[in-house]
Design a protein around this ligand. Structure first.
Ligand code: SAH
Ligand code: TYD
Length: 394
């Protein structure tokens, strides 16, 4: 039974962009809870997966150079360390990771058919469905057990983690490796990244909680790394509980100590962090109101899911942020649900006559600053709200 940590009232789904301005969008409360038994922080009463991941899902990870590079390096390091023959990816999206493997022995699972179609066209057999028990049995019958099962930013989206993990175990070779990436709860809290809380993100994994879940499903964490993407991402290395793979106790103990010291396994300490986040939200709105009262142009840079959250959690609308720009074609000319902020196409001239860019894609700060050098040199300013509100200028 989860104990409630915080509720955000009347929040739209983070990737449900609108084709026109609308007043009556579907809204859902977003309640974050803590389970004393497993120490897992996760959503209580979430929306159905079919609603969250429709066949016209808009999030495409291949839009970011940082992520393209990240997954190339990730694929190379897994090839070098484990030299797998067969590979399965869960949540393959537009193929950003699997494209580095041989299509003859690499398969994928992706429920959003717009993306499953892309990777099927790239010759990777892609099962256009949600990862669950029946699908995992079908895959095992058709392809056998796998040397590597990889999943980035997806296991944390799945409701029903026990079924998810036992299904992984059944598809994993005796000495196979399950590699999972997902934003670290510790880093999320350190960065006050409250905009990472949204309906698609069912769980917010600490190492401690994820290890508890793995162990109760016959799996063993044998190593862990921290990567800088998405505000701080854990890469977990997992094997069967009886596998002969050596456990890297040094790395695991280090993260366990840090997490315990910060209090990610304590309900009271987590509650305190929620209060700090609430103060930041008030700060964001007040600062934007002040800037707009000086008649400045403020736009959103990157219509990320996080931007949709921050705009609605802080009650921002198109009187405070004129519009947002984004490079993703299927986000352009749409509107952010509830806050009704329009999204425009990014092009070379997008920042002309703009005074401030509010960073919706704050996790790509260095990539963006490098790209928008001209804007900064001509007096433009970025606003980031992570870890707390600050203005970036030359
Ligand atoms: N792996 C990519 C994409 C992450 S977005 C990356 O890290 O950048 C999450 C993806 O997981 C989406 O494409 C979504 O459709 C998919 N997904 C959501 N629930 C899933 C489930 N139950 N099984 C498999 N994939 C799922
Ligand atoms: P991202 O942080 O990847 O994910 P999420 O939606 O899960 O919060 O989203 C970043 C968004 O910003 C994505 O829509 C692409 C966009 N973007 C730009 O428009 N320009 C850029 O230079 C970068 C790096 C991202």
């Amino acid at each position: 039974m989860s104990k409630k940590l915080i509720t955000f009232k009347n929040i739209p789904l983070s990737n449900s962009l609108l084709s026109s301005k609308q007043e009556d969008v579907e809204l859902f409360d977003l309640t974050i809870g803590f389970d004393e038994k497993t120490k897992l922080v996760s959503l209580i009463n979430n929306v159905s997966p079919e609603k969250l991941f429709p066949d016209d899902y808009v999030y495409d990870s291949s839009q970011s150079k940082t992520m393209v590079k990240h997954f190339k390096e990730c694929a190379e390091s897994l090839q070098k360390r484990f030299n797998p023959y067969s590979v399965l990816e869960i949540g393959s999206n537009s193929g950003i990771f699997i494209r580095h493997f041989n299509p003859d022995n690499t398969i994928a699972v992706e429920p959003c058919s717009n993306f499953a179609e892309i990777t099927n066209d790239m010759e990777y057999k892609t099962y256009d469905d949600f990862w669950e028990k029946d699908l995992s049995e079908l895959i095992r019958q058709e392809h056998g057990k796998m040397d590597v099962i990889f999943s980035a930013n997806t296991i944390s989206h799945i409701q029903g983690l026990d079924e998810c993990l036992t299904s992984v175990k059944k598809c994993l070779n005796e000495d196979g490796v399950f590699v999972v990436e997902c934003p670290s709860l510790l880093e999320l809290l350190r960065e006050n990244a409250f905009d990472q809380f949204y309906h698609e993100h069912q769980s917010y994994f600490s190492m401690i909680a994820f290890r508890n879940l793995l162990e109760r499903n016959g799996l063993k964490l044998f190593d862990i790394e921290l990567k800088p993407v998405h505000g701080g991402t854990y890469r977990f290395f997992i094997c069967n509980e009886n596998s002969s793979i050596d456990v890297n106790h040094k790395n695991i103990d280090k993260w366990e100590d840090e997490e315990k010291q910060f209090g990610v396994d304590s309900y009271e300490k987590l509650k305190d962090r929620m209060s700090i986040m609430k103060e930041n939200m008030i700060d964001i709105k007040n600062t934007l109101e002040k800037i707009k009262s000086e008649n400045k142009t403020v736009i959103g840079y990157g219509a990320s899911a996080k931007f949709i959250q921050v705009s609605n959690m802080c009650n921002l609308n198109d009187s405070l942020i004129d519009y947002a720009i984004d490079t993703t074609p299927n986000k352009q000319n749409k509107f952010i649900p509830k806050s009704n902020i329009p999204i425009k196409k990014y092009d070379e001239d997008s920042l002309e006559n703009v005074d401030y860019c509010f960073l919706g894609a704050w996790n790509f700060l260095s990539e963006i600053i490098e790209k928008e050098d001209k804007f900064l040199r001509s007096g433009g300013k970025f606003i980031t709200h992570i870890p707390k509100l600050r203005i970036i200028e030359l």
